[in-house]
Design a protein around this ligand. Structure first.
Ligand SMILES: [Mn+2]
Length: 253
């Protein structure tokens, strides 16, 4: 991938990475609590940061009807739009839950949406940024639902449903799939995958999806898993020299 001027961080202002908030999954009270922390974190990015990478599953389900978008997302949407207007560059690497993020994000919010792992170069380092739902071959669950939903016929049929009914179906399937719970025995599979990508020439790998925060170093290479924004409130940050995992102080400020 060619390196453009925009790929290089001129100021060494931090670049932030988050994933797996699964907004819309829980009870309204729990969702609001998580959203509050996320909005506080976005404020921190606005004040100190340069770019924000959403590494998938920000929403537990997303679907854009021609005339309707999910109302529960409006505070998040509004804040993301403000950030873009303040020159924070935002990228959304879709997850296996919010795979249907579409042109509302690009056209209305000015966010770059990516449907495949994203390669970037910052401060001369090669980054690979991937939600991570294709790594473990045993990881079927919601990926199966994604496969069905991505088919043009399913999309056309789903569009015909009343949005309230469509979202009810999606949430029922999500609660059945249980794949928003952390799975311990995947840690090594992800580390093996990181080593493969380091051999492929990447300096840094960032993934989410497992809801298991990880920071793994091999020589000068680093892999971080951004954990989740449901119970752990973890994120990645690159300051121009180092990539590391951080825990957000989730207490009300
Ligand atoms: Mn996921």
């Amino acid at each position: 991938m060619p390196v453009t001027q925009r790929d290089v961080d001129p100021n060494h202002k931090p670049i932030f990475f988050i994933s797996d908030a699964h907004l819309g999954l829980s009870s309204e009270t729990d969702d609001k609590r998580r959203e509050k922390q996320l909005l506080a974190f976005f404020d921190h990015v606005r004040v100190t940061g340069h770019q924000l990478y959403i590494v998938g599953d920000l929403f537990d389900f997303w679907f854009e009807y021609a005339h309707a978008i999910p109302r529960h997302s409006h505070r998040i949407i509004q804040t993301l739009k403000t950030m873009v207007s303040e020159d924070i560059e935002i990228h959304f690497i879709v997850g296996n839950h919010d795979f249907a993020i579409g042109d509302f994000f690009t056209d209305e919010l000015g966010i770059s949406v990516h449907y495949h792992p994203l390669e970037k170069r910052f401060s001369g380092k090669r980054f690979l940024i991937d939600h991570g739902d294709g790594i473990d071959p045993k990881d079927v669950g919601y990926r199966f639902i994604k496969k069905i939903f991505r088919h043009p016929i399913s999309i056309a049929l789903f569009r015909l449903l009343h949005p309230d009914f469509g979202f009810w179906i999606a949430h029922t399937l999500s609660n059945l799939s249980r794949d928003h719970r952390p799975i311990k025995d995947r840690d090594q599979i992800y580390i093996d995958y990181a080593n493969v990508q380091f051999n492929n020439g990447f300096d840094y790998l960032i993934m989410g999806h497992t809801h298991r925060p990880q920071e793994y170093h091999s020589g000068d290479h680093t892999y971080i898993n951004t954990g989740d924004w449901m119970t752990l409130f973890t994120y990645g940050v690159f300051d121009g020299n180092n990539l590391r995992l951080e825990y957000w102080d989730a207490e009300p400020k």
